[in-house]
Each structure stands twice: as C-alpha cells, then as structure tokens.
Design a protein around this ligand. Structure first.
Ligand code: ADP
Ligand code: MG
Length: 180
C-alpha cells in the first residue's frame, strides 16, 4: 500500500513519515530525493522544482504493489492508497518556519496555505482516501498512533477535524493577504 503524508511545510511530515514507516515496516521515501534520483526534480536554490505529472508516473511505476510511506508536500498529488494530511495550528507553523529562516514572503505563503486548507483541498481533488490529522500539541508518537488507529479501522475518509478561521488574529503579523 502507498501511504502519502502531506501537509504545509513545517507541520511534521518528515518526522511522522519516518516513524510511521518504521512502525509499519514500510519503506520510507522522500518525494524530493526520489524526484532528484529520477531526474524529474531540478534544484532551484535550496528547493527542488518537481514535474508533478512525471512524479505521479514514476511513483506508480516504482511502488505499485509495494509498501511505502511517501513524505512530501507534493505527495498528495500522486495516486496513493491513502493520503494523510497533517494539520498544525498556523501560529505554530509560522514559528517553525521562522526558525527555519524562511523569508517573510515564504512564511506568509505557507501560513496562509495552512489557514485556508490548500493541501487538504488538493488531496481531496486527487485521491479517494484522505485522512486529516490535527497534530497540534501532540507528540510524533501520538500522531502516528492516531494514524495507525485510523488505518486499522479501515477508515477511508476523515476530514473536517480542524477549523483555523479563529486563528487569523494569532497570525496576522505573518500574513500578506495578496499585498506586500
Ligand atoms: P515537514 O517535513 O513537514 O517540513 P518536519 O518533520 O521537518 O516537518 O518538522 C518540522 C520541525 O518541527 C522539526 O524541527 C521537527 O523536529 C519539529 N516537529 C515535528 N513534529 C513535531 C511534533 N509533533 N511536536 C513538536 N515538534 C515537532
Ligand atoms: Mg520534510
């Protein structure tokens, strides 16, 4: 089974994906490393620009019928058996990305994306099975336990577990809202 773990940068995808793959005995795959290895990702500064259609094709060719956890904020665009979308209170997203040294603009883009559920919406457009998990205030172990419980129950779709409409005031200082 292919499990994709997606979410806004900083929500904990890599941490959770590694732990989840260990607990399940699945292979861990980073979208970024996989794309570079397959020659479908181009390093641009510190980031990697990935051809998403090629990514979806290559993932299917390489991992169909295998057990993998795919980590990355584009992983929800591949055809996965389950997409786990990690959510995190936008204020904590902002704090984590700030400590990663993100520019004001990149910080704003990502905090805004978390506020308005961008990755969740895209995941639902692309995949049948989407499990949304609120990671706020939880340890990686608690998050993985929650995911494993949903998988064991055979849950196909669980969305609507967070609502960040009340969080705008907490992150106003980070937002650009179309301006600069
Ligand atoms: P992503 O891969 O989504 O960008 P990371 O897994 O790299 O996120 O995590 C971002 C930062 O947050 C790292 O410093 C990581 O140690 C920390 N972190 C991840 N998950 C948690 C958690 N559940 N609680 C506290 N800190 C976490
Ligand atoms: Mg990561």
């Amino acid at each position: 089974m292919i499990i994709a773990v997606s979410g806004t940068p900083g929500v904990g995808k890599t941490t959770v994906s590694k732990l989840l793959s260990e607990r399940l005995g699945y292979e861990y795959v980073s979208v970024k490393d996989f794309a570079l290895m397959k020659g479908i990702g181009e390093p641009v500064g510190e980031e990697v620009e990935i051809d998403v259609d090629a990514l979806a094709r290559e993932v299917r060719a390489e991992f169909s019928g295998k057990n993998v956890v795919i980590d990355g904020h584009l992983s929800h665009l591949v055809l996965a058996d389950v997409v786990v979308v990690l959510r995190l209170h936008p204020k904590v997203v902002a704090e984590r990305l700030k400590s990663r040294g993100y520019s004001h603009q990149k910080l704003a883009e990502n905090v805004e994306a978390e506020l308005i559920d961008v990755i969740l919406v895209e995941a639902l457009e692309e995949n049948e099975s989407v499990l949304e998990v609120d990671t706020t205030g939880k340890t990686p172990e608690e998050i993985v336990d929650e995911i494993l419980e949903l998988l064991e129950k055979g849950m196909k779709k669980r969305v609507g577990v967070v609502d960040w409409t009340g969080a705008y005031d907490d992150v106003l200082q980070y937002l650009m809202l179309g301006g600069d």
